[in-house]
Design a protein around this ligand. Structure first.
Ligand code: HEM
Length: 551
């Protein structure tokens, strides 16, 4: 039995404890409990015996359950992220889409965006907003609201595309021209399959060995024709046009084995019509640019369909014989039986024909522009040019002395030459950004990308950021000596990344290396004054006029 004094103490405890519990429950409801618990550890200074006096055993068990549950909800769940959907929603609701401005009604900030492309500093649009709102911001350009990322980590997540939450989202005119089943637009298993087939083919040593000879022949032929011009009325070589001629023929040979001649000329003419529609009003009515481009694509398709059908018939005839290594992209696409992805289905002929044309789009302009711009940067930087010449002269001497032909590995193993290519890709890549759309709300590095929003992962902004590259406006091929020139890190992504990393990466580097080698080892040149413009895509204003002389 308790005496009076003890009973009074006990009564006080009971009142005190009831008060504390009321406070506990009130704070739990108001969600301030975890903070208070840390501030007020006296809350726990009750001893078990004292509690037994006040409540008895059953009450104690109930309180333990309630306490346990509250602990779980307010301390463990937020700390360790074991939360239920509600918690997740609550956290997401606190996240905001990136800051930024929508600019003027309808046109948004398009004028400023385009104007920056005509200056010598095209990333000025991005830089201004980056300084106002941070590395990820929202804007309104080219007819739609868009979130721009200039952050290499955010770009990486967008490109890696774990969980397939981002799909390609090009401007309307590009979507119209590409068509629904283009590799650049499709998603999921079919894109992976097509990517693997084409990438596997373009990366294979057999392909590289064969294409090296083809590229050498085309480059040497073109270079000698430039010299022949010297004694005519048109001695100037417009490098931007001339490199396009070389690379277009090689690309068409790689994709469908069409040789120089009438068919090649037809394809070139029609393809030029097609790509004029890439940036235009997406109106498919006679007289409009889009209509003309779609008509040209249809004419090309007619020709490519015939090539694909003929090849299919020829393949079926010699099905039982060993058909050898594939000659071109049509071969590899026709041969694929769908075993790798378990579909066990061959690709439809129309799908192959369409994709052969659509794959010309990323491949056509990019390689000749890098060749042209490398020559431009080298013309403005005699020291870099002399280092490049020295490295390539050495290789040539070795080959002349041994009497051996060049292997593809000879070209791509020259470190300074690869540095020149990487530096050109860094400073003026033709694909300066990657367009995606979020299929659901995505949080990256604390930024919310709301469902349905378009994301522009700006590659050039990362390449021209002084946080990532010292003196980013300087052409400095030596900077790659430390990292290795062929690196594709978060901060250097001229070929994209993740599931859609350019399958033509190694082939492009090989082609550019071969061109540079034969150009600098056999010729010298004088370039006229020219400027680089960055909109709608990177090009030189005067097509880089040069006068070429044999060495
Ligand atoms: C300097 C040359 C090149 C550069 C800088 C370049 C850059 C790129 C980039 C950034 C992408 C990613 C696009 C995206 O994620 O949406 C890409 C994709 C692609 N590139 Fe290239 N490319 C070059 C040359 C080529 C060549 C020569 C070919 C063809 C033989 C080619 C074929 C492709 C294809 C088919 C894709 C789509 C891949 C897919 O979505 O799965 N590229 N390229």
């Amino acid at each position: 039995m308790l005496n009076d004094e003890e009973q009074a103490v006990c009564r006080d405890y009971k009142v005190d404890l009831q008060e504390r519990l009321k406070k506990f429950i009130r704070m739990s409801v108001e969600n301030t409990l975890p903070l208070k618990i840390i501030q007020d550890s006296s809350f726990f200074r009750l001893r078990m015996e004292e509690m037994k006096w006040v409540f008895g055993n059953w009450e104690l068990i109930c309180i333990s359950i309630v306490l346990g549950w509250l602990f779980y909800k307010y301390l463990i769940v937020p700390k360790w992220g074991l939360g239920d959907n509600q918690e997740e929603e609550c956290r997401r609701s606190r996240l905001q889409p990136p800051r930024g401005s929508s600019g003027w009604p309808l046109i948004g900030e398009t004028i400023e965006f385009i104007a920056s492309g005509f200056t010598s500093h095209p990333v000025s649009f991005m830089e201004k907003r980056k300084s106002l709102y941070g590395k990820v911001f929202k804007t309104h350009i080219l007819g739609r609201p868009i979130i721009v990322s200039t952050d290499p980590d955010v770009n990486k997540v967008v490109l890696q595309n774990q969980g397939n939450v981002f799909i390609p989202s090009y401007p309307k005119s590009v979507i119209e021209l590409l068509g629904e089943s283009s590799i650049l637009q499709i998603n999921g298993g079919l894109q992976k399959r097509l990517h693997a087939i084409i990438g596997g083919f373009l990366r294979s040593p057999q392909f590289k060995a064969r294409i090296t000879k083809d590229i050498e022949n085309s480059v040497k032929l073109a270079l000698s024709s430039w010299i022949d011009r010297k004694n005519t009325h048109h001695p100037i070589v417009y490098l931007q046009d001339e490199t396009k001629k070389i690379t277009f023929q090689i690309l068409v040979r790689v994709l469908m084995s069409v040789e120089a001649g009438e068919d090649m000329e037809f394809l070139k003419r029609e393809f030029m019509e097609v790509i004029k529609g890439l940036i235009c009003l997406p109106i498919k009515l006679p007289g409009f640019r889009m209509y003309k481009s779609l008509q040209a694509k249809e004419r090309m398709l007619k020709m490519v369909r015939k090539i694909v059908n003929d090849r299919k018939i020829a393949m079926e005839k010699k099905e039982t014989k060993d058909s050898g290594s594939p000659n071109d992209a049509i071969d590899v696409l026709l041969r694929d039986t769908g075993e790798s992805d378990g579909t066990q289905q061959r690709l439809p002929l129309d799908f192959i024909s369409g994709n052969i044309i659509e794959m010309m789009i990323p491949g056509e302009d990019s390689v000749p522009m890098i060749m042209t711009l490398a020559v431009k940067y080298l013309s403005d930087n005699p020291l870099a040019l002399s280092c490049l010449m020295e490295e390539n002269d050495e290789l040539k001497k070795r080959k002349d002395e041994s009497g051996e032909g060049y292997a593809w590995t000879d070209y791509v193993s020259l470190p300074f030459t690869q540095g020149v290519i990487s530096e050109t890709l860094r400073m003026a890549n033709i694909i300066n950004a990657i367009w995606r759309k979020a299929l659901e709300d995505v949080e990256i590095k604390g930024y919310l990308i709301p469902k349905g929003w378009c994301v522009l992962a700006s590659l050039t902004s990362v390449h021209m950021d002084e946080e990532n590259y010292e003196n980013p406006d300087e052409f400095d091929p030596w900077r790659w000596e430390k990292t290795g020139a062929s690196v594709n890190s978060n901060k250097f992504t001229p070929f994209g990344g993740g599931q859609r990393l350019c399958p033509g990466l190694e082939f492009s580097r090989l082609e550019i290396s071969i061109f540079l080698h034969h150009f600098v080892t056999s010729y010298t040149w004088v370039a006229e004054e020219d400027q680089i413009v960055y909109f709608p895509t990177v090009k030189t204003k005067r097509k880089l006029p040069i006068m070429v002389t044999p060495r």
